[in-house]
Design a protein around this ligand. Sequence first.
Ligand SMILES: [Fe+2]
Ligand SMILES: [Fe+2]
Length: 370
Amino acid sequence: MTTEIEAILAVTNRDMDAVFHAVPDDADALFTWDYEKGARPALSKLYEKAKTSQWNGATDLDWSIDVDPERVCAEMHGSDYRSAFLRRLAEQPGSPVANWGDKEWAAYTNETFLHRVSQFMHGEQGALLCTAKIVETVPWIDAKYYASTQVMDEARHVEVFSRYLDTKLEGHYPINAHLRMLLDDIIRDSRWDMTYLGMQIMVEGLALAAFGFMHKITTEPLLKRLLRYVMSDEARHVAFGVLSLQEYYAGLSQAEIRVRQEFAFEAAIRMRDRFLQQEVWDRLGVDTKVMVGHLLALPREENTFQKMLFSKIVPNCKKLGLLDAGDGWLREKFTEIGVIEFEDWVDTGEEYEALDEVAKDRAASANATA
Ligand SMILES: [Fe+2]
Ligand SMILES: [Fe+2]
């Protein structure tokens, strides 16, 4: 356990004040002379859908709404995630938070929420860079077309999250070191399908689940609307990953698939470690090493929020054949980290139609004016 804690804490963000972070990227930018549009009908349909589901982060959201940051954060925390998991955390012998009162928990609530939304914002920028890269590297014209719409979507997501954090809440946290390592790995890999696996399946799969969870809980109208709109886009993005990789993986060897399974699991661990939120404990003056030890000692099944984050990833991995390929290596790993129960939940290959809020809004306003 001690080595696990040390390994986790060894990953820190040392250049908190740096404005830029460069990642080497040696992938080929690929032209295709095969312009046959619609050769991949599912991708083509997704592209057509994306063109009509664009929204404007500056005008489709009501930025005049007054937001009470403390209330937004407290509300998020009132979920069962706190009552069960954090109570257990406080009750552990020697827990650094054993004597916390309302004031300390309120500060924790605030910081946790800021930290979480900040990481989503940084992840959105990761998605922006990754999809720009997919435009270059993916060989199929239908996929290049679709990916170009996702670039625009992600720009909008970075824009609205940073605006919300910096003008409605109390500003953002720097990127968590585990998340940054994951984004670096995804961008550095020269194989085009790894960008998809890391971003569309793992990072965006997690984001879609988390946004759904947060959207359900919050009653703050601006955040609720913002999340709902972002989810409409994210559902398409995850579908883009599932549809593209399904075709590509069908042609890969067992050994090549195994590399993808390992990559997916590694990503899952990095994302899990990000939720240990070292930076928050630091800011609150808690001994991070002791705290991380306590967090790792608790059964992860009890942390409902963290567990729910895998509710899209696992079924999507199953749909891609990654769960059971070879000797079922990934199934075993997901079982070990307690998330295999989601395998039969709805996958995201088709879900985007149901989640398209923009289309629903347009239909409603057309009806109203008819
Ligand atoms: Fe996004
Ligand atoms: Fe996305």
